[in-house]
Design a protein around this ligand. Structure first.
Ligand code: ATP
Length: 241
């Protein structure tokens, strides 16, 4: 249950709302996300990382070229954003249950995923009583309960303190080890990229191109203290500079 996503010679431009100028974000851009591969995309602000994610999700259409998913049908998506975007008027359980229902997933999956993210005892709690890290765990549960074929993570831990972010990275690794999926992670954190991904792309320039690419062959489970990962992270930071 995983999918391949290919961007084939994609062009994408936006009109700058303030200046009216046309900004060519991608020109003739090709990239393949292989089944079960987790690719992290880093790069300076405004390069086009989120646009790349939106193209993959089908939320933006290319001006030219093609975005193809294996099988030709829209894959089942799980998305996690910087902010958890929960429904504050209802419980953790219902937040996750509604996502499951919308995707036609058996509600019996809900307790299972809440256990996997460590929130069983908070199932009946409302988001307002949860910590930032717990709220983001709900967001992760909501994304994974649908059994996503494609997981899109847009700076998922960047609003959290470092210790909480670290715990959530370990949780994400656990979920991936249980069931590897195809995923794209947009992040500004080079160590997070090296720790979680199979491949890290450094995106730069306008139109954007892949200025460096790192294949991360470290076996899983990984630890953030792994000196080799730290070394790769330093190389990524240098490529970003
Ligand atoms: N819907 C849109 N309409 C107009 N311009 C847009 C739109 N979406 C993105 N842009 C512009 O395209 C460029 C790339 O945006 P994008 O959000 O993909 O960059 P990013 O690399 O994710 O940046 P950041 O790291 O700051 O989130 C930016 O200049 C942005 O203002």
């Amino acid at each position: 249950m995983s999918v391949q996503v290919t961007l084939d010679r994609v062009d994408k431009a936006f009109t700058n709302r303030r200046t009216g100028e046309r900004q060519q974000i991608f020109r003739d851009f090709s990239f393949t996300l292989a089944p079960h591969e987790l690719v992290a995309v880093v790069g300076s602000s405004g390069t086009g990382k989120t646009t790349l994610m939106h193209l993959m999700a089908g939320l933006e259409r290319p001006d030219a070229g093609r975005v193809a998913t294996g099988g030709g049908v829209q894959p089942r998506l799980g998305m996690v954003f910087q902010q958890p975007r929960l429904l504050d008027w209802t419980s953790v359980d219902t937040n996750v249950r509604l996502a499951a229902r919308a995707a036609g997933v058996d509600p019996a999956e809900v307790p299972r995923i809440l256990a996997a993210v460590g929130l069983t005892e908070y199932a009946q709690a409302y988001p307002s009583v949860l910590s930032g890290g717990q709220r983001q765990r709900v967001a992760v549960a909501r994304a994974f309960v649908v059994q996503p074929e494609l997981v899109l993570l847009d700076e998922p831990f960047s609003a959290l303190d470092e210790l909480t972010a670290r715990r959530l990275r370990l949780l994400l690794q656990e979920l991936w080890l249980r069931e590897p999926r195809t995923g794209l992670l947009v992040t500004h954190n080079a160590l997070e990229a090296a720790f979680l991904a199979d491949r890290v792309l450094v995106l730069g320039g306008r139109p954007a191109e892949v200025v460096r690419e790192y294949r991360i062959d470290r076996p899983r489970p990984r630890t953030p203290e792994d000196p080799e990962l730290f070394d790769i992270h330093r190389q990524i930071v240098a490529a970003l500079a």
